[in-house]
Ligand binder design. Structure first.
Ligand SMILES: Cc1ncc(COP(=O)(O)O)c(C=O)c1O
Length: 329
């Protein structure tokens, strides 16, 4: 039995899904959605808040403020409620309605940016808004997940050692790219480990994390429109870029087996499968990837037929249906 008095004190750290029966590769998926914030962002939020408290910048009367596509906002709303701080999430029109409602239910306020900045960039516009508010009122405390080292340190301290403990023969780790907190925390940990681990970053097509031209991205969480300040490419061995339609197909394939995950999980799983099709992992080594959240927050988007057809065309799932049909026959 585990008894807690603060929601951030619970996190399921030991759950993996074996994806072999679904994708045909030996690949283990670490599930990070089983906590009261419903995502891996609980770890970054808790670590950044604890650091701000230690450093004396966060105290009674403070209002946390953060730019988030949703999951970090939910985690910060929860921690702020638990500790008695205010919270304001600055997001944009791509934030799911259910995620916004969750933040509000937890007592957070949500400000939605509807116009991109002069470069057509929503993230830039969100950050400009946060900066302006912080300059106007010193009650605001901005953890700034994009530059805060405690974002990656959370994963260096928890996620990576948990994987190392369960998979002492880890050969390759696939991590999605948002702020790169998860990727960098794990990559830095395994760079110091007793044996080499191949670190593969999974990014979305249309993201500029590793260069390239920006493009439309509708799945929140993964990909970025500016180069992530936390990213140090020298820790990354390979990069795979995934089309959103492929990420969606991976999500629906898992759903057909009863596993409902979010869009960034579809992205990492699709990217990991593509990489595993082209590379041999020695049979005695394990391949692991990370599911940042679960699927319920995406019922109105990636699990909704009209949304899918409007954005990705009517045939976005047809290959997947064929694949699922042939698998069952
Ligand atoms: C659903 C989801 N997946 C992936 C990520 C990316 O994680 P990171 O910011 O650690 O790169 C996030 C971050 O917000 C997320 O919310």
């Amino acid at each position: 039995m585990q008894i807690i008095s603060a929601p951030q004190n619970f996190n399921e750290e030991e759950l993996y899904v074996d994806l072999q029966p679904i994708f045909g590769h030996s690949l283990y998926l670490k599930c990070e959605g089983f906590n009261f914030a419903g995502s891996i962002k609980l770890k970054a939020a808790a670590e950044m808040v604890a650091a701000a408290e230690r450093e004396g910048v966060l105290h009674r009367g403070s209002v946390l403020i953060e730019s988030s596509s949703g999951n970090l906002g939910v985690a910060l709303s929860m921690i702020a409620a638990s500790k008695g701080y205010g919270f304001l999430c600055v997001t944009d029109s791509r934030c799911n309605l259910s995620t916004r409602r969750l933040m509000e239910a937890l007592g957070g306020r949500v400000h939605i940016i509807t116009e991109p900045d002069a470069n057509g960039d929503f993230l830039g516009a969100r950050i400009d808004y946060v900066r302006a508010l912080c300059a106007s009122d010193d009650r605001y405390v901005w953890p700034n997940q994009y530059t805060n080292p405690y974002n990656w340190k959370a994963h260096y301290r928890t996620t990576a050692p948990a994987i190392a403990h369960q998979f002492p023969r880890l050969g390759v780790l696939f991590a999605g790219v948002g702020t790169t907190g998860t990727l960098m925390g794990c990559a830095r940990y395994f760079a110091e480990w007793h044996r080499p681990v191949r670190i593969v970053a999974i990014d979305s097509v249309g993201s500029v994390a590793f260069g390239g031209t920006p493009g439309r991205r509708m799945l929140p969480g993964l990909g970025t429109s500016v180069r992530p300040p936390l990213l140090d490419e020298s820790f990354v061995d390979d990069v795979v870029r995934v089309e959103e339609a492929d990420a969606i197909r991976a999500c629906h394939r898992m759903a057909r087996h009863g596993f409902l995950f979010g869009g960034s999980t579809g992205t990492v799983v699709s990217g990991a499968s593509a990489w595993l099709r082209q590379h041999d992992v020695p049979g005695d080594l394990d391949a692991v990837t990370i599911a940042p959240d679960l699927g319920e927050r995406y019922l109105d988007t990636l699990y909704q037929t009209n949304w899918l057809h409007d954005l990705y065309g009517e045939h976005v799932l047809s290959d997947e249906v064929v694949a699922a049909g042939s698998r069952r026959s």
